[in-house]
Every structure is written in structure tokens, then in C-alpha cells.
Design a binder for this molecule. Structure first.
Ligand code: FAD
Ligand code: NDP
Length: 529
């Protein structure tokens, strides 16, 4: 490890090369075999793999501060403002539920049990910083050159980088990978959106709570007024609203249409039903119109209720926009390299090899058109691309049957087709759905409501009944779904799942006990153990 990386806080130094007149690299000798633009999940995985396979590799990464001024280190969205801080805050919220369970199991806890956002945020942020550091060390160990510069294309083989202080450098490479991800969108048509709202780029880095909490009974409860408004109803919105509610903040979700578009809608409804039953307020069929600041500092939001065709207002401490993400392609000057983007999404158009319209320039992860916006797909696509570039393998990334989990208070894990998609593809007559409402053992003594703990397996009807999709709503859904995803990837059938011996007593074993089909009309509630 380099001395510069040994002492925490030591600055990573690199010598910026002076920018010279004519751009080079259009043909002939290049600085690097591979240049990766973007040091996030996909870019880092690709760079490390290629370096390990003997290529001369450079990674450029630069974080443009959010409109609120939030910024972070190496590692991209997942590490800094995505999966990692989100899952840790979700865990903080789950612990709150366990504190409420604890007296049922004999724990005599001091009353009340307050939660400190400041302490949680500091611990989460310190962990994220350790990951930033770890990524830099890994690059150094694998001899990948790291440049903290904002990149844009000069021509097909050359990229210009600009540092925070405006210093410029040119880098050329035989192959270039675009892995610049995306950033949250602001609803710019909503007056005051940019001025008063925050996004997921800010929430995990707030030093103070986004809303006031007060103490009541054995647990922290929010004051009886609105505190936080989350606009949107997909992954980011539901997950953020879920942990904010779980931390005791009064949280409202403003949803214009359906929750979790693209997911199985029966499962999605159960997710929001559970959230509503556990304190998250829903404004359904509503769209935001304006945000302004009141003299007492609170934010006043005006929205339209589309069903009632009328305007309403409410006051909030924080407004979080979770209305989708925009790809980071705008400042890359892709036209100078001839790289095509989709005119609607602005994402980079790619083929099965992850190649763009320019054969030696590739795009992976969130920035690439038609790819799932998930860390493991970006990582695997990056590694496989590196292996192909190094002639180690010809394997292509398979984007089918990618498992995922929505980390709402009751987690929703799924892999494969939704019931709607299976019916649309194969026809109602050819689809069999097995399902069960179950009660996790740990809910019993704690007297927790399990109304939304539900599993369904979507299969072909003809024997051996190929499994098309699995949907699991309950504790540790990510852990449960990951294992079954292997089986489904391998083409498992319902019969094989039924021959799989369960692990008792777990929630996962309920999957291997799904006997009731929807078609039978029988009660799918599991009784007994
Ligand atoms: P990124 O990780 O976004 O990396 C791109 C990097 O490129 C960034 O560092 C960016 O600053 C840099 N960059 C951009 N432009 C330039 C430029 N011109 N020059 C230099 N550098 C540039 N996925 C999951 O699988 N599980 C989860 O639980 C999960 N939770 C999430 C929660 C939230 C709140 C969000 C927002 C996302 C979540 N995701 C999750 C999605 C996951 O974070 C992304 O799919 C993943 O990070 C995409 O990786 P990437 O390499 O494509 O891009
Ligand atoms: P999505 O694009 O999935 O969803 C955007 C949401 O905002 C939708 O509910 C949409 O409603 C709503 N919306 C859009 N525009 C407006 C508007 N003007 N006013 C009101 N509502 C609006 O974005 P996300 O940011 O939630 O997620 C992006 C991606 O990040 C996901 O696809 C996922 O792959 C990844 N991610 C993964 C996670 C995980 O693995 N656990 C967690 C978080 C993110 P409508 O449906 O009506 O269009």
C-alpha cells in the first residue's frame, strides 16, 4: 500500500498533466488500455477486474455536489447515498420495532427510549467514509490509477478531466467504459422544488433530524403534526418513508398513481397497506404544485388532489423528492465521441456486449439504457465486460431473473415475473399461483400483526410447473429471496421446490410449503407450525 494511503486523512496525490494544444489519442499509442469514467459500483468492479487481468487501467470519478451542497467520496451512489446508508437506517428503524417487542420477551427497558438522529447519522457516515477509504486502497493495491476529475469526451479515444480547482488533464485509452450512473431528479415544474426540497443525495448526510420527534409511552413518537413529506411511490420513496416512520418521524407519502410501478401489484398494495397500518400517511392521487417557506421556517406545500379536483395545503419540516433518477450523460460531450443516447431517457444505448454506438466505448450500470438500476447488476456487468476485454471469457451479462428487495419496514423480495406479467406472457389458463399468508414465529410472542406477511410463487400450470416468479413479503426478504433466486435461475420447478426440505422454524421454509393455489379458492392462511 502506498505511504500516501497509510495515514488516515492523508491526501491522495496525483500529478495533473498539463493540457496541451492538439488532442491526442485519435489514433496510435494510448495512455491506458482501459479508462473507466465513474467510480461507482459498475466502474470500480470493471476497473479492478481488468487491472487484475493485467491491463493498464485508470478510473476517473467526480462528485458534483447536490443542489443542497452535499458531497461525498469514492464509491458512487450505492456506497454514499444509496444501498449502504439506506440499509443501515432501515436497520436503525427495525431496531425500534424490536425495542417495542423486547418487553414481551422479558426485557425491562428504561422508559422512554429516545432515538438520536445525530448519533445514528454520524455512525452511518463514518462507515461510509471507511468504505470510501477502502475503495481507494483497493485501487492502489491493484495499481489502478485514480483521478478525482470530472470527465468529458474530446474524441473517440480521449477524455478531458477537470479538477475541483479547474486544472485540466487529458487521458487517452484503447477502450473506454462509461459508468457515470445517475442522480435524483427534481420536479422543476413545481415552484420552490429546488429551493426548499432535498433528495436521497442529502437525506443520509443530514446531521440533524429532518423532523422533530417527541417522547410518548415506551417509544419515540412523532408530534401529531405533519413532519416529513416524501413525494414519489417507488423504491426510494417507500424505503425512505419507511425508515423515517420507523425512527419516529411523522411521515407522509404523496403518490400520484400506483406504488412500485413494474412490481407485482398485489404485493405492492400489501407493502403500502403495512406502511399505512404502521404510521405512514398516504396522500393518494395527489401531485405537488408549489413549496414555500412560512415565517416560522416550516415548508408549506400545495398539492392537487386529482380525484377530488381540488387544491390542498399542508406544512412540513422537510420535503424529500423521490421522483426518479436522471442519467449522468449531460456533461460527457458524448457527441464528440459519437456515442448515441436514447432521446427520451438520455441513457447510453448499448448492445448485449455493453458496447455503445462506438465499438471500443462501452456503458454499464444505471447510465446504460434498459438495464436494471441495481448495484449487483452493475458489478456483474462490469466484471464480465472486463473479462471479455481481456479475452478471459466471452460470457455476456444475463439480465433475466435478477432478484431484488425493497427494504420497506416489511421487506419485499422478488425474483422473476410478477403475476400480471406471467399472465400477460403465458395466458391465465397456463399460470398457476401458489400462495400463503403466514405468521413469522418471532411475531407471535411480541403480538405483532402479521396481516401482510404473504408469499406467492408464480408457476406454469403444466407439469413440472416451471417457477416463473417468487414474491416474498416478510422479515429478511432479501436473505430469503437470494437463495431461491439460484433455483429459479437454474430453471427450478414447483415440484422441485416442494421436494426441498425446509429449515425449521424460519420464514423461508414457508416457500417450500406453498400448497394452496389461487385457482382452488381455498384459504391460504397457514395454521400451525
Ligand atoms: P454510480 O454508483 O452512480 O456511480 C457513478 C459514479 O460516476 C459516481 O461516483 C458519479 O459521481 C461519477 N460520475 C458521474 N459523472 C462523472 C463524470 N463526468 N466524470 C467523473 N465521474 C463522474 N441498488 C441495490 O442493488 N440495492 C439497494 O438496496 C439499493 N438502494 C438504493 C437506494 C437509493 C436511495 C438509491 C438512490 C439507489 C439504490 N440502489 C440500490 C441503486 C444503486 O445504488 C445503483 O444501481 C448503483 O449505484 C449504480 O451503479 P453505477 O456504477 O451505475 O453508478
Ligand atoms: P423510479 O423511477 O422507480 O420511481 C419514480 C417514482 O416517482 C414513481 O412512483 C413515479 O410515479 C413518481 N414520480 C415521477 N415523477 C413525479 C412527479 N412529477 N410528481 C409526483 N411523482 C412523480 O425511481 P426511484 O428513484 O424510486 O428508483 C430509481 C431506481 O433506483 C429503481 O428503479 C431501483 O432500480 C433503484 N433503487 C433500488 C433499491 C433497492 O434495490 N432496494 C432502492 C432504491 C432505488 P409514477 O409511477 O406515477 O410514474
Amino acid at each position: 500500500m502506498a505511504a500516501a494511503l497509510r495515514s488516515p486523512g492523508a491526501r491522495f496525490r496525483w500529478r495533473a498533466r498539463a493540457l496541451w494544444g492538439g488532442a491526442r489519442g485519435a489514433a496510435g499509442q494510448q495512455d491506458y488500455d482501459l479508462l473507466v469514467i465513474g467510480g461507482g459500483s459498475g466502474g470500480l468492479a470493471c476497473a479492478k477486474e481488468a487491472a487484475q487481468l493485467g491491463k493498464k487501467v485508470a478510473v476517473v470519478d467526480y462528485v458534483e455536489p447536490s443542489p443542497r451542497g452535499t458531497t461525498w467520496g469514492l464509491g458512487g451512489t450505492c456506497v454514499n447515498v444509496g444501498c449502504i446508508p439506506k440499509k443501515l437506517m432501515h436497520q436503525a428503524a427495525l431496531l425500534g420495532t424490536m425495542i417495542r417487542d423486547a418487553p414481551h420477551y422479558g426485557w425491562e427497558l428504561a422508559q422512554p427510549t429516545p432515538h438520536s438522529w445525530r448519533k445514528m447519522a454520524e455512525a452511518v457516515q463514518n462507515h461510509v467514509k471507511s468504505l470510501n477509504w477502502g475503495h481507494r486502497v483497493q485501487l492502489q493495491d491493484r495499481k489502478v490509477k485514480y483521478f478525482n476529475i470530472k470527465a468529458s469526451f474530446v474524441n473517440k479515444h480521449t477524455v478531458r478531466g477537470v479538477t475541483k480547482d479547474g486544472k485540466e488533464t487529458l487521458l487517452s485509452a484503447e477502450h473506454i467504459v462509461i459508468a457515470t450512473g445517475g442522480r435524483p431528479r427534481y420536479p422543476m415544474h413545481v415552484e420552490g422544488a429546488l429551493e426548499y426540497g432535498i433528495t436521497s443525495d442529502d437525506i443520509f448526510w443530514l446531521k440533524e433530524s429532518p423532523g422533530k420527534t417527541h417522547l410518548s409511552g415506551c417509544f419515540v413518537q412523532a408530534e401529531a403534526q405533519e413532519q416529513g413529506l416524501v413525494v414519489g411511490a417507488s423504491y426510494v420513496a417507500l424505503e425512505c418513508a419507511g425508515f423515517l416512520t420507523g425512527l419516529g418521524l411523522d411521515t407522509t407519502i404523496m403518490m400520484r398513481s400506483i406504488p412500485l410501478r413494474g412490481f407485482d401489484q398485489q404485493m405492492s398494495s400489501l407493502v403500502t397497506e403495512h406502511m399505512a397500518a404502521h404510521g405512514t400517511r398516504f396522500l393518494r392521487g395527489c401531485i405537488p404544485l408549489r413549496v414555500g417557506r412560512l415565517p416560522d421556517g416550516q415548508l408549506q406545500v400545495t398539492w392537487e388532489d386529482l380525484t377530488a379536483s381540488k387544491e390542498n395545503t399542508g406544512t412540513f419540516d422537510t420535503v424529500l423528492w423521490a421522483v426518479g433518477r436522471a442519467p449522468e450523460t449531460g456533461s460527457l460531450a458524448l457527441e464528440k465521441a459519437g456515442v448515441s443516447t436514447d432521446p427520451h431517457s438520455q441513457k447510453v444505448l448499448v448492445d448485449a456486449q455493453e458496447a455503445t454506438s462506438v465499438p471500443h466505448i462501452f456503458a454499464i450500470g444505471d447510465v446504460a439504457e434498459g438495464r436494471p438500476e441495481l448495484t449487483p447488476t452493475a458489478v456483474m456487468a462490469g466484471k464480465l465486460l472486463a473479462q471479455r476485454l481481456c479475452h478471459q471469457s466471452s460470457d455476456l451479462m444475463d439480465y433475466d431473473n435478477v432478484p431484488t428487495t425493497v427494504f420497506t419496514p416489511l421487506e419485499y423480495g422478488c425474483v422473476g415475473l410478477s403475476e400480471e406479467a406471467a399472465v400477460a406472457r403465458h395466458g391465465q389458463e397456463h399460470v398457476e399461483v401458489y400462495h400463503a399468508y403466514y405468521k413469522p414465529l418471532e411475531f407471535t410472542v411480541a403480538e405483532r400483526d402479521a396481516s401482510q406477511c404473504y408469499i406467492k410463487m408464480v408457476c406454469l400450470r403444466e407439469p413440472p410447473q416451471l417457477v416463473l416468479g417468487l414474491h416474498f413479503l416478510g422479515p429478511n426478504a432479501g436473505e430469503v429471496t437470494q437463495g431461491f433466486a439460484l433455483g429459479i435461475k437454474c430453471g427450478t420447478s414447483y415440484q422441485q421446490v416442494m421436494r426441498t426440505v425446509g429449515i425449521h422454524p424460519t420464514c423461508a421454509e414457508e416457500v417450500a410449503k406453498l400448497r394452496i393455489s389461487k385457482r382452488s379458492g381455498l384459504d391460504p392462511t397457514v395454521t400451525g407450525c
